[in-house]
Design a protein around this ligand. Structure first.
Ligand SMILES: C=C(O[C@@H]1C=C(C(=O)O)C=C[C@H]1O)C(=O)O
Length: 662
């Protein structure tokens, strides 16, 4: 191998390249503002998801030609597009409300510099290119008073978090204020353990934190029962207390960005229970704003319907009649009137739209109290995704598949209408979880890996599996692994890092708890298909489930097992045919393709096929193609834990998927 150039030299080249990349990104941002100016004149919507899809498909192709994988290109561009859309929105919003335009905003928020509220407020001001004069407050009431009295222009109030849910105190404060909601902003809350430089996680004895981060990191803290918890009024106070302390046995929970303001280092990261841990803040001001019709708008209202049967339903039917989507509904007690509730509604609509105006009039007639808290631009930019097949081969937008809307022919299957049947639900169901979509025209690919695995290879394997075209990894063999929880946590990190979903196979009832805690989807293996108690437990969970067919089960028995899950409330069910016992081969099961056709004709549930147990390397492709041809909704392909075999399977499975998707 020839000697590479000196490290310093290479680093200088990277530094120069990064500078150029930033200059290009700034140029792109300016061009997107020009687009906003054109849209202002033409009155066109800011978001154009069709344009985004075309752009992403082209970039994935161009990226591949340069050796960049699709996942990398897509996640990069999803953030670039989000930034571009939010900047365009902020620009148009400013143009529509010229009197609120200032060089500097005085912003009231909870805590002090470094708190999550501070970070949300700085992000909001940065986007609008205004300076922020920050006014840290000790309580939500103090924030509201600062804005009401004119000391601050805006107040930032955290309203909900993806792990810990709604923040009740903020809803209660909103009942009594004259302020209007004029904006919202969502920030990623990446909780870290922050300590003085050089501290070691093993030496930490006391952890300072606000109650919200403590509840959002409860699982991490439960694994560290040796830590003494000290509650603080904000994350900034927690960091301050660590900075003030003279030894290295203390830490705070907070963001790495906030910690840097206190010269603290993140000694542990990703402490939150949920993979996606975000907080949404609302922005309040003295004067309500107008939202231009080109922006996606949200309106928040509060109402009391009174104690009459069906009063809330009646109010919600008004929304339905006016085609208004409700993205959030909360209820809070009304002080002084026990057992009466005030309802908070977020509607995806502009207050000035005719539908919203006429719905409000109707609601006024049937409620005891109703007040609009504000109308503001919606700042949740849901990322545009490409379909599974677009990610693998050249994009072809003209191909719209819908093989499932054939008429129901089997109305006479059974006396009792099963919940899985097309009689109960004619429309094909879809399981959708992150990047994985199965059913109703979407074909998914799942890779199955067994534990134990060499942990240092997790990340590399996850990356190559993603590149081969899979959207999820199933792990099985929990009971064969020592120190299984730690191993799952590490595995999950690698899987999530590449945007894959983490499915955990339950082979024994005792594994359910661990699997439900760490997996985003469960796979109940065929061996457990007859375990009614387990099926009932799974049916009461609120997470997608794949139920594998037992090798000895008839189609009827299989659907009866599915019924047990569905009857408990969980409707996110997918079936999986992995082969049944026949006379073809005494050792291997046979893929029941006739059973697949039967299941497809009877049931609306998505159906996966795992041909790995029933085929040889020579027949795997033919079985997979046949399954796809017969309208299966996806494939599960097994991988060996032996690295050498894994690598050769990777090559053949990747070719197989290309073949299947083309
Ligand atoms: C820039 C535009 O506006 C939005 C942002 C896009 C982008 O940054 O590429 C693409 C489509 C729109 O959702 C545009 O319409 O071209």
């Amino acid at each position: 191998m020839s000697k590479p150039q000196a490290l310093n030299q290479t680093r200088e080249q990277i530094t120069a390249l990064d500078k150029d990349l930033l200059a290009l990104l700034a140029k792109r941002r300016n061009l997107s503002l020009d687009v906003a100016r054109s849209k202002e004149i033409d009155i066109r919507p800011i978001r154009d998801t069709q344009r985004e899809k075309e752009l992403l498909a082209r970039l994935v192709k161009q990226g591949r030609e340069q050796g960049l994988d699709a996942h990398y290109v897509i996640s990069l561009y999803q953030s670039i597009i989000e930034d571009s859309v939010l900047n365009q929105q902020a620009y148009l919003q400013g143009r529509a409300n010229p009197d609120s335009q200032k060089q500097q905003y005085c912003v009231a928020y909870l805590g002090a510099r470094g708190s999550y509220s501070y970070l949300a407020a700085s992000r909001y001001c940065d986007r609008r290119q205004v300076d922020m004069q920050d006014l840290g407050c000790k309580s939500f009431d103090e924030i509201v008073q600062a804005v009401e009295s004119g000391h601050a222009d805006y107040g930032f109030l955290p309203i909900e978090n993806t792990s810990s849910g709604s923040i009740n105190e903020v809803y209660d404060v909103l009942q009594h204020t004259s302020l209007a909601i004029v904006g919202e902003t969502t920030i990623e809350v990446g909780h870290c353990l922050l300590a003085k430089t050089g501290s070691n996680p093993k030496d930490i004895k006391t952890v300072f934190a606000h109650p919200q981060p403590i509840s959002q990191c409860s699982r991490y803290l439960a694994l560290h029962s040796e830590y003494k918890l000290e509650y603080c009024s904000s994350s900034a106070e927690a960091m301050d207390r660590v900075m003030e302390c003279s030894d290295n046995s203390v830490a705070a929970i907070g963001s790495a960005e906030g910690g840097a303001l206190y010269q603290l280092e993140a000694i542990e990261q990703d402490l939150a229970n949920q993979k996606i841990n975000q907080s949404r803040f609302i922005v309040v001001a003295r004067k309500a704003i107008a939202v231009p019709e080109q922006l996606p708008a949200k309106s928040t209202l509060i109402m009391a319907t009174g104690q009459k049967p069906g009063a809330l339903v009646e109010a919600l039917l008004v929304l339905k009649a006016h085609n208004l989507n409700m993205s959030k509904l909360e209820s809070r007690p009304i002080p002084g009137t026990p057992w009466e509730e005030m309802f908070y509604l977020d509607l995806d609509a502009n207050l000035s739209s005719p539908d919203m105006q006429s719905a409000l009039k109707e609601l006024e007639r049937i409620t005891r109290f109703i007040k609009v808290l504000g109308c503001y631009p919606c700042e949740t930019v849901s990322p545009t995704q490409l379909t599974n097949s677009q990610l693998i081969i050249e994009p072809d937008t003209s191909r719209a598949q819908n093989s499932n809307d054939e008429a129901v022919k089997h109305t006479d299957i059974q006396q009792q209408v099963l919940r899985s049947s097309k009689v109960h639900k004619p429309q094909a169901s879809q399981m959708s979880c992150g990047q994985l979509q199965i059913g109703d025209g979407q074909f998914g690919a799942l890779a199955l890996l067994s534990l134990p695995q060499e942990s240092q290879l997790f990340s590399q394997k996850a990356k190559t599996i993603k590149e081969a075209g899979f959207q999820a990894i199933v792990i099985e063999g929990l009971s064969r692994q020592q120190n299984v929880e730690q191993s799952i946590i590490e595995f999950k990190k690698s899987v999530f890092q590449f945007g894959l979903e983490c499915i955990i196979a339950v082979e024994h009832e005792a594994e359910l708890q661990l699997a439900a805690e760490h997996g985003t989807i469960l796979l109940i293996t065929g061996k457990q298909m007859h375990n009614i108690a387990l099926l009932k437990k799974v049916g009461s969970l609120h997470m997608p489930v794949i139920l594998e067919r037992n090798t000895m089960a008839s189609v009827e028995e299989y659907l009866a097992a599915a019924e047990v899950i569905l009857s408990q409330g969980n409707q996110q069910l997918t079936l999986c045919e992995s082969g049944i016992r026949t006379f073809n081969d005494s050792l291997k099961p046979s893929l029941d393709l006739a059973g697949l056709v039967e299941l497809k004709s009877l049931s609306h549930l998505p159906i996966l096929v795992n041909p790995s147990y029933s085929s040889t390397p020579n027949t795997l492709l033919a079985h997979s193609k046949a399954a796809k041809q017969l309208n299966a909704d996806g494939l599960v392909l097994n991988f060996s834990s032996n690295t050498e075999i894994f690598n050769s399977e990777l090559k053949s499975h990747s070719e197989l998927l290309r073949n299947i998707y083309s």
